[in-house]
Design a protein around this ligand. Structure first.
Ligand SMILES: NC(=O)c1ccc[n+]([C@@H]2O[C@H](COP(=O)([O-])OP(=O)(O)OC[C@H]3O[C@@H](n4cnc5c(N)ncnc54)[C@H](OP(=O)(O)O)[C@@H]3O)[C@@H](O)[C@H]2O)c1
Length: 263
């Protein structure tokens, strides 16, 4: 990986792992962490998706700080082996961002078939849990685990029960983890509504810009705020969250969701 002296930015000399970094949301986090000066490792289950990210001109132009690792990082055993291998090869990791799984809707709960339940509830919830189990013990104390989640976890979405239920379980997983680690680690969730994503070419004024979510993530990583949950369902909530961590002077108010506020 590139040397400390070759980079600049608030995360210069830091190491980050972006789980799901090959995805539509994840690639925004990969670019943000590279731009912030971090060395970034992205595991992927398939060589094809890894190659797609590596060859993406928007990523390739950001220097040589990106490493891709192909293999299972989503089972409990695979996540642990991947985390240990990355740590052994590159040194202790500072920040882990997880943005895993994709959207599904199409039937009420009673119409969801077994495969859909397995794929969108069990597999996705287990992948996040595997990430937490593997990485929390290995992170630097001043580092962070950041779960990027969907707002369907805090607002019920009819026809997307499996997604809403999986995301909701992960909102709670983060809260439990925060209690379990106490002040020894920092564990965040960034809960996102509809996003303007580069790969989709969207720029809707009512959607949250994915780059605002990454700014929040970088601000949390480079700062010292304790564990917290941020809900960014609308652009104004994104501005408020950035203002709360001092990343956007034009905004006012607090974007951090009070515990128990599930709206
Ligand atoms: N898209 C949105 O507008 C939006 C809005 C708000 C929140 N979110 C949240 O952001 C996260 C990622 O969404 P996305 O749109 O970036 O999805 P995506 O494009 O499908 O990317 C998800 C990535 O997760 C990895 N992954 C690991 N285990 C997976 C599994 N069991 N099923 C599917 N993918 C798995 C895949 O990487 P490999 O195949 O390389 O291993 C994939 O590249 C989700 O949690 C979603 O709730 C998305």
């Amino acid at each position: 990986m590139r040397g400390v002296s070759e980079t600049s930015g608030p995360l210069r000399g830091r190491r980050a792992v972006v789980l799901g970094g090959t995805g539509s949301v994840g690639e925004h986090f990969v670019r943000a962490y590279l731009t912030a000066g971090a060395d970034v490792v992205v595991p992927s289950r398939t060589a094809a998706r890894a190659a797609e990210l590596r060859e993406d001109p928007a990523v390739a132009g950001l220097g040589d700080g990106l490493r891709l690792v192909v293999g299972d990082y989503v089972s409990f055993a695979g996540a642990r082996a991947t985390a240990e291998a990355i740590t052994a090869e590159h040194g202790q990791v500072d920040h882990v961002v997880a943005t895993l799984g994709s959207w599904w809707s199409g039937a009420p709960l009673w119409g969801v078939d077994d495969d859909t339940w397995q794929r969108y509830f069990v597999d996705v919830a287990a992948a996040y849990a595997a990430a937490a189990r593997a990485w929390v013990p290995l992170l630097r104390p001043e580092g962070s685990l950041q779960l990027v989640l969907g707002a369907s976890g805090v607002v019920p979405v009819p026809g997307a029960s499996v997604i809403s239920m999986a995301q909701s379980s992960l909102v709670m997983m983060r809260r439990v983890l925060a209690e379990e680690v106490g002040s020894s680690r920092r564990v965040f969730s960034i809960v996102l509504g509809n996003l303007n994503l580069r790969r989709r070419g969207w720029a809707r004024p009512d959607f949250v810009d994915a780059d605002d979510a990454t700014r929040l993530s970088i601000g949390l990583a480079s700062g010292s705020r304790p564990s917290a949950e941020f809900v960014l369902r609308r652009p104004d909530q994104a501005r408020e969250a950035l203002a709360a961590i001092g990343e956007d002077r034009s905004a006012t108010g607090l974007g951090q969701a009070p515990a128990g506020d599930l709206r």
